[in-house]
Design a protein around this ligand. Structure first.
Ligand code: NAP
Length: 251
């Protein structure tokens, strides 16, 4: 790889917001590593689209809730790109809408493992590579939270909202911890964005059905969230760290 080309790894990069980030990053000149959990076809299709537009992309399978997968995912990026300039902690899941009183323990463990523990372990691996104190060249990290972190997710997914609250705290604490090591850490808090995550939670029409609750009266697009993420990754945000930006159409 041309060493002046920046590289980026996006977890959950194969679909939805992550895929929009990969496409926009490729358009802005990044070599892109697209992580996915199980849908190889979606990741391959996205990589093909990036190649067709003259970009560089690799796909990397890995479940962010498994430490061994996370380590091999970052090692694959080391091998292919030789460095990591930007990292987006985007992989996330919801479960069926439920009251806390009805949530099985296994569900709670899985929601926290993917949305929070996975995000922290991935951030750890990114920092190990980027930190100027550890031989790296600095870098930028964006954590994808959710407006649920501040609204609470009552009646639907308080477990997910609580995990995203943890992600917001990760952004604040890690940003301060690595500020002197050439790394900026920020977050975005999407509102209701039209992706397949709602179908995976058993509510395929959720984004449209809840439009009347959004001040701008429409769900957001994955591309609109990607624009905010690429801004935070860019040098235009050189003095922004520890911040989480709402991308919600007004909440
Ligand atoms: P999505 O369309 O459901 O896509 C999820 C992506 O994450 C897919 O690429 C999926 O891979 C990957 N993934 C799932 N579990 C994974 C795991 N254990 N390890 C690695 N990758 C995994 O979701 P989305 O709506 O784009 O959401 C992206 C992020 O935005 C999430 O963190 C979500 O919480 C947050 N967010 C979304 C909304 C919204 O309204 N859409 C609102 C607020 C926050 P496969 O393709 O292999 O399944």
């Amino acid at each position: 790889m041309n060493q002046s080309q920046k590289s980026i790894l996006v977890t959950g990069g194969s679909r939805g917001i992550g895929a929009a980030v990969c496409l926009l990053a490729a358009r802005r000149g990044y070599a892109v590593a697209i992580n996915y959990a199980s849908n190889k076809a979606a990741a391959d299709k996205l990589a093909t689209e990036i190649f067709a537009k003259g970009g560089r992309a690799i796909t990397v399978q890995g479940d962010v809730s498994k430490e061994a997968d996370v380590i091999s995912m970052f090692e694959a990026v080391d091998r292919e790109f030789g460095k990591l300039d930007a990292f987006v902690n985007n992989a996330g899941i919801v479960d069926q809408a439920s009251q806390v009183a009805d949530m099985p323990f296994e569900r709670l463990q899985n929601i926290i493992a993917v949305n929070l523990t996975g995000a922290i372990v991935c951030a750890r691996e990114a920092v190990r590579r980027m930190s100027t104190k550890r031989g790296g060249q600095g870098g930028t990290i964006v954590n994808v939270s959710s407006v649920a972190a501040v609204l609470g997710g009552s009646g639907q997914y308080v477990d997910y909202a609580a995990a995203k609250g943890g992600v917001d705290t990760l952004t604040i604490g890690l940003a301060r911890e690595v500020a002197e090591e050439g790394i900026r850490v920020n977050g975005v808090r999407p509102g209701i964005i039209d992706t397949e995550i709602h179908a995976s939670g058993g509510q395929p029409d959720r984004a449209r059905e809840l439009s009347h609750l959004i001040p701008v009266k429409r769900p957001g697009t994955a591309e609109e969230v990607a624009e905010a993420i690429l801004y935070l990754l860019s040098d235009s945000a050189s003095y922004v760290t520890g911040a989480t930006l709402d991308v919600t159409g007004g909440r």
